[in-house]
Write a protein of this length. Structure first.
Length: 478
């Protein structure tokens, strides 16, 4: 799988370097191979052969929601990748048909028509399929166990990276273009400072959110089971708490509980089910009480919302772009990180397809372009997260409060109006801009409100009830 890169390029070849071999990095490499003779991915980790954990991605053990907006972008970059995911065991779950969701405004209805979808599987499987497809197609090489220590070049132009191999030796790798997709731990701010590039504005919002995840064996015959989700309500004067059940490959269910500062789940197995029973609705706890756990509880605390506004740096260097979590890292509860990364890689390909890598100010144009999908997910996350108690990073503004009231109205309407579900999910799946929510038909729908009365309980079918409850009793409703 590994193809170590040479340290020099010839005068007639163009080389691009991507820092980081996660999904964003791999998709960026797929985009760059259309304009570069060689793409070299530099990765600090040793990557596994197949869908297995790796050291530098501890969050892989938790739920990863890959919305259709991101899946479609990945499919454009890597034709056939969706079929490969499904063949490897991933589930394509239709939305809203395949979701039992308890929002802050009540239960979503499971309308018969699909509007969007979610790809549901483990992060290890997602990564391995993309990695194999990118590397086997040619034009991309991978150098593992190699740490990027800095950028080479000047404040005006990045010319490569300075790396340290597992033997401790440093060397410089030349490149005509460099992408940083190294994730939350990116050191780009320090690297740019060393080159004399001005610092970027940055905003952070920290809920103190903790993820606790455990994998369970799904019941026999549970194919096509829906996603089950209990969401928190930011309007309550209490920490936000929620949980979800995500059907993944291998007849397993990945169950994640989460809580903000003051309401965090623990890593103790005996606390897991009671925590989920104590949520706004106990459905997740009711369901898992009948299941066999396959793992212990895994915790993750790397959940801070952080955005670096590199697009605002006036003296941005040529031949360098930052993408993925290195640019903006989101609260994982909304499932937007991978989708934004995939859409950013598609933006990269689209801009570079009509420009030479030496085009003046190209990297600045790309940096501004990838900020657009980032901004959509950022506004959705902060519009909710800023209201939780003990949040660190800023109190809600008047604009935040107005927007939140409108979004709550849209949620309430979505619980009883199929057209609103379609429009609202267009935005949350990142298939449409946030401005969709102020189109005349959406404004009119919000004014009218739901067309059907609220559901009294979770919309599970009789078959689903029989799979997860004793004698088919509806959880917590009888």
């Amino acid at each position: 799988m590994t193809n170590p890169g040479n340290t020099r390029t010839t005068s007639t070849q163009r080389r691009a370097i991507v820092i980081g071999a996660g999904i964003t990095g791999m998709l960026a490499a797929a985009a760059l191979r259309e304009v570069a003779d060689e793409v070299l991915i530099v990765e600090n980790d040793e990557l596994p052969d197949g869908p297995l954990p790796r050291k530098g991605l501890p969050q892989a053990r938790h739920a990863h929601t890959f919305w259709s907006g991101g899946v479609l972008a990945a499919e454009t970059l890597l034709p056939g990748v969706t079929d490969r995911w499904l063949a490897a065991g991933a589930n394509r779950i239709p939305i809203p048909t395949g979701m039992v969701g308890f929002s802050s405004e009540g239960w979503f209805r499971r309308w018969n028509s699909e509007t969007h979808f979610i790809l549901a599987c483990s992060r290890d499987l997602l990564d391995s399929v993309v990695r194999d497809l990118v590397l086997e197609a040619g034009g991309v090489k991978l150098r593992q166990r190699t740490r990027v220590e800095g950028l080479t070049g000047s404040a005006g132009r990045v010319t490569g990276v300075r790396v340290r191999g597992e033997d401790g030796r440093e060397e410089e790798l030349e490149a005509d273009f460099v992408i940083d997709a190294s994730g939350r731990g990116s050191r780009t701010p320090q690297h740019l400072q060393e080159l004399g590039v001005g610092s970027a504005p940055e905003r952070s919002l920290d809920l103190g959110l903790v993820y606790a995840t455990r994998v369970f064996r799904a019941p026999e015959g549970a194919g096509a089971f829906p996603i089950v989700s209990v969401q928190s309500d930011p309007r309550l004067a209490r920490p936000g708490q929620g949980a979800s059940i995500l059907p993944i490959e291998g007849n397993k269910w990945l169950v994640t509980a989460l809580g903000t500062r003051g309401g965090e789940p623990t890593g103790l197995a005996e606390d897991f089910e009671p925590f989920t029973r104590g949520l706004r609705h106990p459905i997740v706890g009711e369901i898992i009480s009948h299941l066999d756990p396959l793992t212990d509880v895994a915790l993750n605390r790397s959940t801070r919302n952080t955005r670096r506004y590199f697009e605002h740096v006036k003296n941005w260097p040529e031949r360098f772009v930052v993408m993925g979590d290195a640019l903006a890292a989101f609260n994982p509860a909304y499932g937007h990180g991978m989708s934004v990364g995939a859409q950013s890689a598609l933006v990269l390909r689209n801009v570079m397809s009509t420009n030479d890598v030496a085009t003046p100010h190209l990297s600045r144009r790309i940096q501004k372009a990838v900020a657009k999908p980032v901004a959509a997910a950022w506004d959705l996350a902060l519009g909710q997260d800023v209201f939780y108690p003990q949040v660190q990073g800023g109190a809600p503004s008047r604009k935040d409060r107005i927007l939140a009231r409108y979004v709550n109205r849209l949620l309430k309407t979505s619980c009883g109006n199929f057209t609103m579900v379609r429009d609202f999910t267009d935005v949350t799946s990142l298939q449409a801009p946030l401005t969709t929510l102020v189109k005349p038909r959406v404004l009119l729908g919000a004014a009218r409100g739901p067309l059907h009365p609220p559901l009294s309980g979770p919309p599970l079918t009789e078959r689903e009830l029989g799979l997860v409850t004793a004698r088919g009793r509806r959880p917590a409703d009888q």
